[in-house]
Design a protein around this ligand. Structure first.
Ligand code: 9G3
Length: 567
């Protein structure tokens, strides 16, 4: 491609409102332009990278036995009514009406569409298992789109769906997809981790992993072991119960005045105590039922673990007026001692280390001291209800937990029969009995993946594309096209490189050398070949972008030299 004609508007300065490297560089290198908040145009250079990533995905999906199809972005709302999800999503689900006033949604995902397709065409075990996937535009009306295409309202997703006769078939397909994901992210040059994740609203049972690209701008936190392979989303990372039960104190329970001491910090300051000797009590409403969760003062309650333990659909903090109604006092003074009988009490295992603790007395400006868990309030069993912390023992018993930030680029789920039952995707088994298909679903954020590659492959001068996804293989520069020897050598190499299968971006513009070098570093193609002063002697300068390795090479050795650079 001759750059003189190439639609690639680059920018010298960092654009306003772009706060992370990938967003800044995608704008400056001319890969995208914003059309509206959270909505982007992929320019030719960006689209070439997108297509390279898609091809890697398609190759690995093919190897995993998945068949590609393309579903509509516009989906009839009836399908979301059938699955029961239309009411589950609020403003994030984009809705529209057609000219006949019929309701539709812009697809944020395609479980309903694919399941309704399969139920109409697959009715016997003989046609299972089958895995279908698409690479398709998705719509999620994010309240605060940010970081460019990392969190946009329209984005490209690869979403795959597997249909099996039973759970073991699903496990097999899940493993194949898991391996395909490892291949995809490795081939894209990414440093990533597969982490155990929470099934969340999607409602799969037992088994879901997120694929995280390590990056300090990531919005997810990974808890991983510093010695083993254990890694989990911090939201669900388990905490090992290695606690010693403390002996009860001689002193018995007594009420103390704690005027205005509403928070853990007020209490540690006011009573000159360690956080670890306090009992923190938080009131939740789980599926309309009050639940008091008690953890140690130096820990945080994990509402996702609470929800999973109660198998609750919705868990939320109780509102101040609910706390007052249920516990008879405000949040800062609630506690498990003498709590109303209708309030379920969950106690985190770390609480057993407390011999003589402090907790709210369920009365304003009052706390109990000398509280002994199990003596002064009932504990049926201890559980894991807290957010893991750095330094905790890894749940697999090997090493300590450390935290890292990550960008979620993939998510695989074992769905089970949630959608096949809701939408009637059933098959006749070998005994002629009707059974619901067992499903899995597997997503990759394709446009987000492109940005994640840049987050991990850039330097102060611009992008440093891995060869596998680079928009072109070679950047060919002629510093002064007015010089015949430079111009002729450039033209000759442009033809020969392409004849040898290289995708070439040829900078034939009438621009100063500095502009060409800056744009070349910004766009970040793997190799730059410069025709300059020594063109007359057949000498070109070859520079490898990622590490700046530079050599003067005679054109007769050029192609063998380029091969050595690919290593
Ligand atoms: C919605 C809206 C947003 C959503 C969903 C539905 C996330 C929703 C979860 C998934 C699960 C998997 C197949 C590919 C991999 C991910 N955000 N999810 O279901 F209506 Cl507005 O999308 N789907």
């Amino acid at each position: 491609m001759r750059q003189q004609l190439f639609f690639n508007p680059t920018m010298r300065d960092i654009p306003q409102g772009a706060d992370v490297p990938s967003h800044q560089l995608m704008l400056r290198a001319g890969l995208i332009r914003q059309t509206a908040s959270g909505i982007y145009t992929f320019l030719p250079l960006g689209l070439k990278v997108l297509r390279n990533i898609e091809r890697i995905i398609q190759e690995e999906m093919e190897k995993a036995g998945a068949q590609e199809l393309l579903m509509p972005a516009i989906q009839p709302a009836e399908l979301w009514e059938e699955s029961g999800r239309l009411k589950d999503y609020g403003p994030e689900l984009m809705r529209l009406k057609d000219r006949h006033d019929r309701d539709f949604v812009l697809g944020p995902t395609h479980e309903e569409v694919i399941t309704s397709l399969v139920r109409d065409h697959i009715t016997t075990y003989k046609k299972l298992p089958i895995t279908l996937y698409q690479i398709q535009t998705k719509y999620r009306d994010e309240r605060r789109p940010r970081f460019g295409v990392l969190r946009s309202r329209e984005f490209i997703m690869k979403d795959a769906y597997s249909f099996d006769t039973d759970r073991s078939g699903l496990d097999t397909n899940y493993e194949r997809m898991y391996e395909a994901y490892q291949n995809i992210f490795t081939r894209c040059g990414l440093d990533f981790r597969a982490v155990e994740a929470d099934a969340g609203a999607i409602g799969g049972k037992g088994g879901t992993h997120e694929f995280m690209v390590l990056s300090q701008i990531g919005e997810d936190t990974i808890a991983f072991s510093d010695t083993s392979q254990y890694a989990a989303n911090v939201e669900i990372a388990a905490v090992l119960d290695t606690y010693e039960k403390a002996v009860p104190p001689a002193a018995s329970l007594e009420v103390i005045d704690t005027p205005q001491m509403k928070t853990i910090d007020d209490l540690t300051a006011g009573l000159n105590l360690e956080k670890a000797s306090l009992l923190k009590s938080v009131l939740f409403i789980a599926d309309e039922e009050p639940v008091l969760v008690v953890c140690r003062g130096d820990h945080e309650v994990n509402d996702i673990k609470v929800g999973n333990a109660l198998d609750a659909r919705e868990v939320r903090l109780a509102e101040p007026d609910e706390v007052q109604d249920i516990m008879g006092t405000e949040a800062g003074f609630v506690g498990p001692v003498g709590a109303p009988s209708q309030v379920k009490i969950l106690v985190d295992a770390a609480v057993k280390t407390i011999s003589s603790g402090i907790c709210g007395a369920n009365e304003k400006d009052k706390h109990y001291q000398n509280v002994h868990p199990g003596r002064d309030f009932p504990i049926t069993e201890y559980g894991d209800y807290r957010i893991v912390q750095e330094g905790d023992p890894s749940p697999d018993g090997q090493g300590k937990i450390r935290f890292a930030e990550g960008i979620e680029v993939g998510h695989v789920f074992k769905l089970g029969t949630k959608y096949s039952e809701a939408l009637g995707a059933v098959y006749l088994d070998e005994n002629g009995r009707s059974q619901p298909m067992v499903m899995g679903c597997y997503g990759i954020g394709v446009s987000r993946l492109l940005a994640a590659v840049i987050e991990q492959h850039h330097d102060e001068n611009g992008i440093t594309w891995p060869g596998s996804v680079a928009p072109f293989d070679v950047h060919l520069l002629v510093l002064n096209p007015k010089q015949d020897d430079q111009h002729e050598l450039g033209e000759q190499l442009y033809t020969r490189l392409q004849d040898n299968g290289y995708a070439v971006l040829y900078d034939d513009r009438k621009e100063r050398a500095g502009v060409k070098f800056n744009d070349s570093d910004l766009i970040g193609l793997p190799v730059r070949i410069t025709c300059g002063k020594k063109a007359g002697d057949g000498i070109v300068e070859v520079k490898r972008r990622r590490d700046g390795k530079m050599e003067e090479v005679h054109v007769n050795e050029l192609f063998s030299y380029l091969e050595t650079l690919r290593k």
